[in-house]
Design a protein around this ligand. Structure first.
Ligand code: GTP
Length: 364
């Protein structure tokens, strides 16, 4: 079975991290998010994938190429203007002639795709939508079903009253199996939302639409808070597919230059060729990208730092995310900051807590 992965959104909620980096190339445990998704598909024998692209397409093609490095065959369908989730699938139609999967490119999940395909086939569904329970469904699309799983109603961003009335917290998890004749229903050359338009149409036509409910690990990593949460979850072993082995709570990908007098409080992942100076304390979850240098006596706690950072000495960083090539001088302090690529912070600066710093900025 082929899959379409939607990777063309603007990722505004992850700005400034995504000013120059597509959301699907944002690193998770030092490899692009999309690589995790492609490997998950491959493990369920989905080996032919169309990447539905728009905004910032080139970095994805440069990294993934024809897919052979990942044991899959990749095609690219690039939109000249954003077509929305449904329009993006329509734009990929030339590659689709049989039952196919669609995945939101920002969902990290352990979903049993093989089981979902079997479920779709058994019910002879026109469309099957994966559902997942969430504590607060009001920011998502609630899906109401019959006891046999048939979809009866979609409620986009429901109020708490509606959630309580419907007695469900199952939301659209952003993974679908669709029959190819649905493609004819999606109008060409314009923006279409698959959730709000195409699925509502199928429901109105009384087509067999089913929901595949699952409690597999699921997270939409579209905000900085959830991006940090994703790392916490994976490193805490909540997503079995990616859990580090219990005895590997500190991972140093390639021995760089880690001073013997550092304190690594797990979980900590240090990328290839990093230099970690004397007296540095890393309080996990912490992930440090390849080629980074953390100078002596710095304290880094609950942070994701991308490649080629140079921080310290005596930097204090907490609950923060730094994109590629950031330079923080001596004694800088940051808490809850989200920093774009190539940012320089001069020595002795205390950043405004929670601030977002655009790529290329120099502060101080
Ligand atoms: P925000 O701007 O932060 O809402 O992020 P987003 O642009 O990614 O939007 P959203 O999270 O709603 O998108 C869900 C998935 O659909 C993501 O994987 C997006 O990349 C993808 N997506 C959204 N709009 C488009 C589009 O117009 N074209 C394509 N190809 N993909 C899209």
């Amino acid at each position: 079975m082929k899959a379409v992965i939607l990777v063309g959104g603007k990722a505004t909620r992850l700005l400034p991290l995504t000013r120059h980096t597509p959301k699907s190339m944002v690193p998770v445990l030092n490899i692009p998010f999309l690589e995790h998704v492609i490997r998950h598909l491959g493990s369920h024998q989905v080996k032919e994938i169309v990447l539905a692209q728009g905004h910032l397409s080139q970095p994805i093609e440069d990294y993934f190429g024809d897919g052979s490095r990942f044991d899959v065959k990749l095609h690219y369908a690039v939109e000249d203007t954003p077509r929305g989730t449904g329009g993006a699938v329509k734009n990929a139609a030339g590659h689709l002639d049989d039952t196919f999967l669609v995945l939101n490119g920002d969902v990290f999940t352990d979903l049993d795709i093989t089981g979902m395909v079997a479920f779709h086939r058994e019910r002879q569904a026109k469309a099957t939508i994966a559902l997942t329970p969430v504590e607060d469904p009001t920011a998502y699309g609630l899906v109401e079903t019959e006891t046999d799983g048939r979809v009866v109603r979609f409620l986009e961003k429901p109020s708490w009253d509606e959630v309580l009335q419907r007695k469900t917290n199952m939301i659209n998890a952003g993974t679908y199996i669709l029959e190819p004749d649905i493609l004819a229903q999606i109008p060409p050359e314009r923006e279409v939302s698959i959730e709000r338009e195409t699925f509502q149409q199928l429901l109105a036509q009384e087509e067999p639409m089913y929901a595949y409910s699952s409690s597999a690990y699921w997270l939409d990593m579209g905000t900085p808070e959830r991006y940090l949460q994703l790392h916490r979850d994976i490193l805490d072993g909540k997503c079995p597919r990616c859990a580090l082995a219990p005895d590997m709570k500190v991972v140093i990908e390639k021995p760089g230059n880690v001073h013997p007098a550092v304190r690594l409080e797990p979980p900590v992942v240090i990328g290839a060729n990093c230099s970690i100076g004397e007296g540095v304390r890393l309080v996990g979850p912490v992930v440090i990208g390849a080629g980074s240098t953390i100078l002596e006596d710095s304290l880094i706690e609950n942070c994701i730092i991308w490649r080629n950072a140079r921080l310290g000495p005596r930097v204090r960083l907490k609950d923060s995310i730094l994109a590629d090539n950031c330079r923080f001088g001596a004694d800088t302090i940051g808490e809850g900051v989200v920093v774009g690529d190539n940012v320089t912070v001069l020595s002795g600066i205390k950043l405004e807590p929670g601030s977002k710093i655009e790529p290329g900025t120099t502060i101080g």
